[in-house]
Design a protein around this ligand. Structure first.
Ligand SMILES: [Mg+2]
Length: 237
């Protein structure tokens, strides 16, 4: 008998599982810039590059396959995903277009990164895909996506901190600086544990550098309330 995995983890790919600076060397070369990640304070790269979005997308179409094939993974991501895959389902939901499926899957295999499913939605709006897959927690680097997901589904959303997403967020969006902060079973991490005896009570420990961040209490309260409500509804039916 196959046991259903405990939680469905939804993950963005670019800038979340891949290094957020992946595109920069290519863009610098093409547009003769010397930009570093710290210079990218807006998700829309055309502003930093001083080019039109037509120019950008034309360039993107010509180069994206090469860049995705050669992308570096985000520092520390492999260890965390490897630990999670035992207990949880890993479902990647990306804005990449469907013709990039093979390149994307090959990349995961080459990088030795675990996946249960990869959904290429071809647009930034991931709401429907998250609904369809009944995602329990989402990982994202794009600020407006993180906020929309958090508000629509009232699930915890982990926002991978980058210079281009430093804007205010609702309480159920938690910003982390490095994947090690999301390590399960680690005192420096996010530990998601579901226990059937407690009616899928959801416990989440979130500790930064061994200390509770200021947002911890309110965040934990919010998360517990969401999960209690969800679980109670499920059992009442
Ligand atoms: Mg992304």
């Amino acid at each position: 008998m196959t046991m259903r995995k405990q939680k469905r983890f939804g993950l963005d790919i670019d800038g979340t599982v891949t290094d957020p600076a992946t595109f920069l060397p290519y863009l610098n070369e093409q547009f003769q810039k010397t930009l570093t990640l710290e210079d990218i304070t807006d998700y829309d790269l055309t502003k930093s590059l001083g080019i039109t979005s037509e120019e950008f997308w034309k360039w993107m179409e010509q180069h994206e396959q090469t860049i995705y094939k050669q992308a570096k993974k985000a520092d520390g991501v492999d260890q965390v995903l490897e630990e999670w895959k035992q207990e949880h389902e890993l479902i990647y939901i990306t804005a990449r277009a469907s013709h990039l499926e093979e390149i994307t899957k090959n990349w995961f295999e080459q990088q030795n990164l675990p996946f249960h499913h990869i959904e290429l939605v071809g647009k930034h709006d991931k709401i429907e895909a998250i609904r369809t897959h009944e995602i329990d927690i989402f990982f994202e680097d794009k600020h407006d996506n993180a906020v929309a997901i958090a508000e629509t589904f009232a699930i915890p959303v982990i926002l991978m901190d980058t210079p281009y997403n430093r804007l205010p967020t609702p309480a159920n969006v938690v910003r982390i600086n490095h994947w090690t902060e999301a390590r399960p079973g680690s005192m420096n991490g996010l530990n998601v544990r579901a226990s059937k005896e407690k009616g899928f009570h959801f416990q989440l420990y979130f500790l930064k550098n061994g200390k509770r961040p200021e947002c911890f209490r309110s965040f934990l309260r919010v998360v517990n309330a969401f999960w209690d409500e969800k679980c109670n509804n499920r059992f009442r039916r």
